[in-house]
Ligand binder design. Structure first.
Ligand code: NAD
Length: 311
């Protein structure tokens, strides 16, 4: 099996590349443009003759055509992924998240791929104050990042219908764990708490997210890669919901820092109040989360504190 993993030098992608190399005999090609969010350092300890890294852009059609041609499976993680940056300027999000996905889908339309996995997000559904989103709910994204991811989902589904590209879409909730960029909530809180700096929390901290440990997302993507139905969407959530304020307190406890470091700051415009996913479709394939939030947080704290010591 030959896997093309785009965005594999980023947070989830680099965890996924490790996961797949350890558990399968696949040959893995990682394609990543090494934007500010990607780093070769995320892959340096991978020492496998079955892995090759290519620095390149998913919008480079010539390159992408060759790489997709040589693959059996494409897993597309490559994206601009930070909501705050998309509010400051949406152009790169449109270009990579929609345009780049389009280049990959066009390349896939001309091949005999087994699966094209489009890695998406719960944010495409918009917010939900009660109950949970199922895969049949309509998309109602409320920030530019989510809108571009929803655009990519629609495009991918249309390529399944019109070009028979074997698309499967995963929509996961908020991930956390090793190798996440320090601009994201949990690594930022860990780093700042360990340096006894203030922990900025948007608004009153009541926004709720469903946190999934990155390894559980990687396991879920593998489940979908093997057993998911082509043309379908699978939600990936942990069922573990927490307010941002609760997360901040758990981080403070985990690094043994003082609660008065919490500082409430002006809310993000259009800040979704709550996301929550119904997982039953994925669980019917035999997957369930294996990490609790506390176990995952312990791993993350150890990773970030060790990285700080070594840097
Ligand atoms: P990330 O920002 O850590 O990594 C993205 C990677 O894509 C980086 O290595 C970057 O260099 C690369 N990249 C960006 N533009 C590229 C381009 N044009 N060509 C090639 N490579 C490019 O993001 P992440 O948190 O690992 O997220 C990965 C995927 O999972 C994204 O598609 C994101 O939308 C999705 N997702 C993330 C979360 C989460 O909580 N992190 C939740 C649900 C879905």
């Amino acid at each position: 099996m030959r896997l093309l993993v785009t965005g594999g030098a980023g947070f989830i992608g680099s965890n996924y590349v490790r996961h797949v190399l350890k558990r399968t005999d696949a040959d893995v090609t990682t394609l990543d443009a090494l934007t500010y969010a990607g780093s070769k350092a995320n892959l340096t300890d991978i020492d496998s003759p079955r892995h090759q890294f290519i620095e390149g852009d998913i919008r480079n059609r010539e390159l992408v055509n060759d790489l997709v041609d040589d693959a059996d499976i494409v897993v597309n993680f490559a994206a601009e992924s930070h909501v705050d940056r998309s509010i400051d300027g949406a152009d790169p999000f449109v270009s990579t998240n929609v345009g780049g996905t389009c280049a990959l889908l066009d390349a896939a339309a001309d091949t005999e791929l087994e699966r094209f996995i489009q890695v998406s997000t719960d944010e495409v559904y918009g917010e939900i104050l009660e109950e949970k989103f199922t895969e049949d709910d309509s998309l109602s994204p409320r920030n530019p990042y989510a809108a571009t991811k929803a655009g990519a989902d629609h495009l991918a589904q249309s390529y399944y219908t019109t070009h028979n590209v074997p698309v499967v879409i995963t929509r996961s909730s908020n991930n956390f764990g090793p190798r996440q960029h320090p601009e994201k909530l949990i690594p930022k809180l860990i780093q700042r708490a360990s340096e006894e700096k203030s922990l900025p929390i948007y608004g009153d901290g009541s926004n709720i997210r469903e946190w999934i440990y990155v390894e559980d997302n990687c396991r879920a993507i593998e489940t979908v890669r093997k057993d998911g139905n082509i043309g379908e969407v699978y939600n990936i959530g942990s069922g573990d919901e927490r307010t941002n304020l609760e997360v901040a307190h758990e981080v403070l406890d985990a690094v043994d820092a003082n609660a008065d470091l919490i500082e409430f700051v002006e809310d993000r415009p259009g800040h979704d109040q709550r996301y929550a996913l119904d997982n039953s479709k994925l669980e019917a394939l035999g997957w369930k989360p294996s990490w609790t939030f506390e176990e995952g947080l312990q791993q993350a704290v150890e990773y970030y504190l060790e990285s700080e010591t070594n840097s």
